[in-house]
Design a protein around this ligand. Structure first.
Ligand SMILES: Nc1ncnc2c1ncn2[C@@H]1O[C@H](COP(=O)(O)OP(=O)(O)OP(=O)(O)O)[C@@H](O)[C@H]1O
Ligand SMILES: [Mg+2]
Length: 255
């Protein structure tokens, strides 16, 4: 029989870190009871499965480009009562990904479009989908500066993932010269493959032609994006201003 350190060494070699982490507990649990061997064994196997699943999710999160793990459960729906709450939760079921549909979140600044987009993206990761989240303006600039080979790999990942989020589109109004063509490629390729995109923007679609500097391109992009699309309008007050006002009130009180 192996000693415990020998077992641990084996488990490390076999990369069974889930088993390694809980083995002592499972042994203690089984000791002094008549727990059948298969029951103990299946608990140990489940530990390994759980560990692998959570590591996969964490890897997918790291790879997605998301910078925070937001959930709709913590969203303050009372602040802006006119928000499309039902549609947000409908999207949160992720049925739109299976159906290859898109979502366009438009409306006033600070009303929670990015929050909702990120929460849906995170939910998709938790459900084992591959997600790419792009701060769109920043992505255009970085992409233009990166080497060609790197650009192609990056574009492949963006086209192949299960859900693409283009957040804060046209926030800076002007995009780099090749940004329009890039946007068109991403949307066209994903449209052909029937893969979902969430776009969030505080710019009305009527003005997209101006930001792209090309009305035909804007029509081409919108046509594909809107074909199978949930339209969500975010109307209301800015949560950022509310938070800023609260901070100001706190600081004034402290002084
Ligand atoms: N209803 C809400 N409950 C909790 N936090 C919120 C809510 N709405 C917005 N926030 C928070 O307020 C800030 C602004 O929200 P968010 O970035 O989602 O707005 P936005 O609609 O994307 O704005 P913009 O058009 O400027 O990009 C974020 O920190 C977000 O987490
Ligand atoms: Mg935003």
């Amino acid at each position: 029989m192996m000693t415990m350190p020998e077992i641990e060494r084996c488990l490390r070699q076999l990369r069974l870190s889930g088993v390694r982490d809980t083995l002592q507990t499972r042994v203690l649990q089984a000791q002094g009871t008549n727990q059948p061997f298969l029951e103990t064994f299946s608990l140990i196997l489940q530990d390994e499965m759980d560990r692998r699943q959570s590591r996969l999710i964490e890897r997918r999160y790291q790879h997605s480009g998301l910078d925070e793990k937001l959930t709709l459960a913590e969203f303050d729906w009372s602040f802006n009562p006119k928000l499309p709450r039902q549609t947000c939760f409908q999207l949160h079921t992720l049925a739109f990904i299976a159906a290859g549909e898109n979502a366009l979140l438009v409306g006033k600044p600070g009303t929670g479009k990015s929050y909702v987009a990120k929460a849906i993206a995170y939910q998709a990761i938790l459900q084992s989908h591959k997600v790419q989240y792009l701060e769109t303006d920043d992505f255009f600039h970085r992409h233009a500066l990166s080497p060609i080979a790197q650009r192609e790999t990056r574009l492949r990942t963006i086209i192949d993932c299960d859900l693409l989020v283009l957040d804060d589109l046209f926030l800076a109004r002007a995009i780099p010269d090749d940004g329009g063509a890039l946007l068109q490629t991403m949307i066209h390729q994903r449209y052909k493959l029937r893969r979902s995109i969430i776009v969030a923007s505080n710019r009305v679609v009527q003005d997209w032609g101006t930001y792209l500097g090309d009305n035909t391109m804007s029509t081409t992009i919108l046509d594909r994006l809107m074909h199978h699309c949930h339209l969500l309008e975010f109307d209301g007050r800015s949560y950022r201003l509310k938070e800023a006002a609260e901070t100001l009130a706190r600081e004034t009180k402290a002084n």
